[in-house]
Design a binder for this molecule. Structure first.
Ligand code: SAH
Length: 365
């Protein structure tokens, strides 16, 4: 199969097979890699506009009931200081996002499903929805019942990001405890859809044992569930986790994973077209100066600058090398705007930045 031929068909909007997607994920030479990036950037600009949507990220709690083998805030990490921001602190961070013109916020946390937590978040959502900025509100708080998803939706959340982590159930099983099933994760994605969210999913890229065919199948999974948004990034070992200890990085592994993650963004853009794709913070962890900006040039159209208080940031390290541990929201904003300008990318202010795909599939504006 010929790389250039497949790329041309992809740019024209053809539906590709898993083997064809796998060819695009492994360009044979630097010229082909550059052609892939350029084609994805053209499709993004034509379909989604030539700007970057911004989301103020609020990592509001690191209490977690899950024990994912890769994650730095997993339940049995003894050294992690557990916190939950107060409602006032979360609303303050959302206000900052509104003042900065980010247009939307993402509330992310470890996973809890007790009534104290779900009720707390419902109240916080109502307060954010009542702010004068008309912020888009994304949640990223794990698997919940349909009832909880509906309550959070009614309280003002419009989007939900729940990564499938890997579309391959066997790989999923190797990186999660036995009581956490792939089928449950997939069913939670279906519940989100039923609750009328803009549904986001994604995977970690470069997991131990993951193949190019796995990643190509991940992109087909995004297509099959008709996702509106994609948030995916390179896997980064966390020293104190079982997977991090078992498979430490060889020299150069992180840099290779960055390139693979950028290719995943491009291939996903070419196949899914009108979805929002985030340039994840994990890209920036590998390449602080330009990781996320390269994500934008590769076809992503969303960046999520942190608006939380840096006092909490050290306690929310999913992986080693989390960037900007001490910088406040104002400093992060200045740095991001300078970096975007340096690559000629245009941020879009004061707009919620809904994925065009959601309007297309539902007929809602
Ligand atoms: N608990 C929530 C969201 C918080 S974790 C949920 O279950 O959806 C957000 C994401 O961080 C995870 O979905 C995972 O893909 C990613 N992540 C966790 N550990 C990571 C690591 N070591 N390297 C890269 N990404 C990681």
């Amino acid at each position: 199969m010929n790389f250039a031929g497949i790329l041309a068909r992809a740019e024209a909007g053809a539906d590709l097979t898993v083997p064809e997607l796998a060819v695009l994920l492994a360009p044979p030479d630097p010229g082909s890699a550059a052609a892939l990036t350029a084609a994805a950037h053209r499709v993004k600009t034509a379909v989604c506009g030539d700007y970057v949507n911004l989301r103020g990220l609020i990592e509001f709690s690191n209490f977690c009931n899950r024990d994912c083998f890769y994650c730095g805030i997993r339940k049995s990490m003894p050294a992690v200081r557990r916190y939950r921001m107060s409602a006032d602190e979360i609303v303050h961070a959302a206000t900052l996002a509104g003042e900065y013109g980010y247009g939307s916020v993402v509330l992310q946390s470890g996973e809890r499903d007790d009534p104290e937590f779900t009720g707390f978040l419902t109240g916080v959502l109502r307060r954010i929805a009542a702010l004068p900025y008309r912020l888009g509100i994304t949640l990223s708080c794990g698997e919940q019942t349909l009832d909880t998803y509906l309550r959070w939706r009614e309280a003002g959340a419009t989007r939900y990001l729940l990564r499938i982590e890997s579309s391959n159930p066997a790989l999923f099983a190797r990186i999660h405890p036995a009581n956490w099933r792939w089928e449950d994760r997939a069913a939670a994605l279906a519940r989100l859809r039923e609750a009328d969210y803009q549904v986001g999913t994604g995977v970690m890229i470069g997991l131990p044992g993951q193949t190019t065919a796995d990643l190509a199948a991940d992109v087909k999974f995004f297509q099959r569930i008709d996702a509106d948004m994609i948030g995916m990034g390179p896997y980064l070992p966390q020293d104190d986790t079982p997977l991090g200890r078992q498979c430490p990085d060889a020299p150069g592994a992180a840099a290779a994973r960055l390139e693979l993650a950028l290719r995943m963004i491009s291939v996903t853009r070419l196949l899914l077209r009108d979805v929002n794709i985030a340039a994840a913070t994990a890209l920036q962890a590998i390449s602080p100066a330009d990781g996320r900006e390269r994500g934008i040039l590769a076809g992503a159209n969303v960046i999520m600058p942190n608006v939380g208080d840096p006092a909490y940031r050290r306690s929310y390290q999913l992986y080693n090398g989390k960037p900007n541990l001490d910088e406040n929201a104002a400093a992060l904003r200045a740095g991001l705007l300078a970096n975007l300008a340096a690559v000629g990318a245009r941020p879009r202010f004061n707009a919620p930045g809904d994925p065009p795909h959601y309007a297309a599939r539902t007929g809602k504006p």
